[in-house]
Structures are given as structure tokens and as C-alpha cells.
Design a protein around this ligand. Sequence first.
Ligand code: ATP
Length: 218
Amino acid sequence: MSESHTLEALFGGTFDPIHFGHLKPVEVLAAQVGLKKVTLLPNNVPPHRPQPEASPSQRVEMVRLAIANLPLFDLDLREMQRDTPSFTLETLTELRAERGDNQPLAFIIGQDSLLTLHKWHRWEELLSLCHLLVCKRPGYDSTMETPALQRWLEQHQIRQAEALHQHPCGRIFLADTPLVSISATEIRDRLHSGQSCDDLIPPAVSAYILAAGLYRKP
Ligand code: ATP
């Protein structure tokens, strides 16, 4: 049991670019669960997806601009500073070693990531290092892709957030967050075809994309 530590939450992503679909659900999740800080972890070489269009430094700059006036959020560049693939398990192992065994740690994902978590590197070990907090995402139901993942969810899911604060790791909490129908893919597609995305991303990120000539028409 952990009594003197504050639950610490991490949110990894490609952020190509960061958008309101990342920020809004997590703000609601933080209020629901009682998170004081959410640390964004932009990944360098995402192992299971196509390479990002924006460079690592551009993605970091967009994250910085997006959170500049949002005190809930923080930024951790450790995955950017490695040139090996960003495996969440390795990052969490490193953080766990730094924080010690009693610190409650949580990793935030969207529902789409939960459904395919069995594709993550050594996914069954994740809960030995952290809790998982899951935000709803439109278009993704509750059907896990494999029976093993479904069983794992049933074994570890909790319905009340209190246990997240009382234990260092091992629980999965599906939060009641708003459905925000935005993806970075849609943003890149819209920008490629010359459409505006001002309603989908923070204004400072829009201005940066324009000035840097990012996601232009091919
Ligand atoms: P892409 O469209 O390029 O695949 P993305 O919009 O899904 O990108 P990522 O940076 O890959 O964004 O996502 C990081 C995390 O944010 C993932 O866990 C993902 O599930 C979650 N996420 C992204 N968009 C949303 C959204 N609209 N609602 C809830 N969670 C989201």
C-alpha cells in the first residue's frame, strides 16, 4: 500500500500533431481520477506504425506549444533522447527504477490502443510497472482483439478509481471521458488537401504548422 505518494500519470504518443483528441479526454480523466500532473512522452521511433511526418523536434515543439498554458501537463523527452524504438515497457522500467517500488504510476491510453494492446512489446508485463488508464475513443467498442487480452482486462479492471492511489501498479481503469472524434491522421489528411484544422488543434500549434510549412499539399 502506498500512502505518501501522489499518483503520477504518463501519456505516450506520436503527437504528429498533438490535437484536442489528446488533450480534452485527458483533462476530464485527470479530474475524475484526481491526477495532479500528466506527463506527455512523445515517442521517437514508434515500433508498430508508419514513421511520423513531422520530425522529432517539430513534434516536441508542437507539444510544448500545446501545453504552454495548461498547468496539468508536463513534458518528458526521454524517449526522444534514445535512438532505439520507443517501447513503453522499457520507458516504464526506467521510470519505476527512478521512482522506487511504492510510487503509484499510471500510463494513459485511448480505447483503440487497449483493443490492440497484445501487439505491444511484452504487454503482459505492463501492469507489473503501472496502472492503465483508458480514455474512450469514438469508433472503438469494447471488443478486445484476442481472448487473452479480454481475460487480462477482466482480471485487472477496477470500477472505482481509489485503488489507483493505494497501489503502485496492476489495475486497469476505463474512464468515462468525452468522445472526441479527432485523429492525427485526419488532421494530416485535411491539411494535405488544403483544409483548415483550426477547430481540431490548439491555435499555437496551428500557427506553428503554418510557419514551418508542415503537412503541406504533396
Ligand atoms: P494517428 O491518427 O497518427 O494514428 P492519433 O491521433 O491516434 O494518431 P497518437 O499520438 O498515436 O494519436 O495517440 C497517442 C495516444 O492518444 C494513444 O493512446 C491514442 O489511443 C490516444 N488518442 C489519440 N486520439 C484520441 C482521441 N480522439 N480520443 C481518445 N484517445 C486518443
